[in-house]
Design a protein around this ligand. Structure first.
Ligand code: CA
Length: 231
């Protein structure tokens, strides 16, 4: 499975904000592009090269509302987070009505936006059904149903455990750090939650799905770094 960085299109005309967003998202492992007006943003989004759209409302050439309305009219389903102005409560409703998936009110903290970005990308992955069913060494996983089966035995997984497996598998061949888990699976920005939470959850999950010590590990601990898909 190839590992591709999620691509985010930022449509924002305020250079400081756009560049700040780009820097923060790039740091978290996303690949970003900036469009400084609504028309360019709409054209880029239309090409279908992005996994997520961050869309300001007040833009030159074409407003964020017009952009999302037009994209949805064309059947473009790109997950979209709108950036609405403080105090403009009606904008939130309007954005959602036009087809946006979520909104963040300016001024916002980066951790909040990051959590929203992570949530939208997760939702899109689940809607696509990426990596829903697979088999490892006689154990059949169905992440849509949150189940793992081996012969007559059925193991129930929690939604978070399902997400952990999905995430590890999508990063096959790479080490996933605890911070990355917190952001991408828990939806928390780094350092808000103890990384021990990750270790405890992973340990519980391994206990569930790796009952036979004679079999190779499904989740491999990489000392001092994180975890790796072993299936
Ligand atoms: Ca603006």
């Amino acid at each position: 499975m190839t590992v591709e960085k999620p691509r985010v299109l930022i449509v924002e005309d305020e250079p400081t904000l756009a560049e700040g967003l780009m820097e923060a998202l790039t740091f978290q492992g996303y690949e970003c592009e900036i469009a400084a007006d609504g028309l360019v943003g709409e054209e880029r989004a239309r090409k279908g090269e992005f996994d997520l759209l961050i869309l300001d409302v007040m833009l030159p050439e074409r407003s964020g509302f017009e952009v999302i309305k037009q994209l949805r009219k064309e059947g473009n389903k790109i997950p979209t987070i709108m950036l609405t102005a403080k105090g403009a409560d009606e904008d939130k409703v309007r954005g959602l009505k036009m087809g946006a998936d979520d909104y963040v009110t300016k001024p916002f903290g980066l951790p909040e936006l990051m959590a929203r970005v992570g949530a939208q990308l997760r939702r899109a992955r689940m809607a696509r059904g990426d990596g829903e069913t697979f088999e490892i060494d006689g154990m059949h996983f169905d992440l849509g149903r949150l189940q793992a089966k081996r012969e007559a035995e059925t193991i129930n997984l929690t939604p978070r455990e399902g997400e952990i497996l999905r995430h590890l598998r999508s990063r096959e061949g790479n080490v996933v750090t605890r911070d990355e888990f917190l952001l991408d699976v828990w939806g928390y920005p780094t350092a808000n939650v103890e990384t021990r939470t990750v270790d405890n959850t992973l340990a519980a999950l391994r206990k569930k799905v790796e009952r036979d010590p004679a079999r190779p590990a499904i989740i491999v601990t990489v000392r001092g770094k994180g975890y790796r898909w072993g299936g």
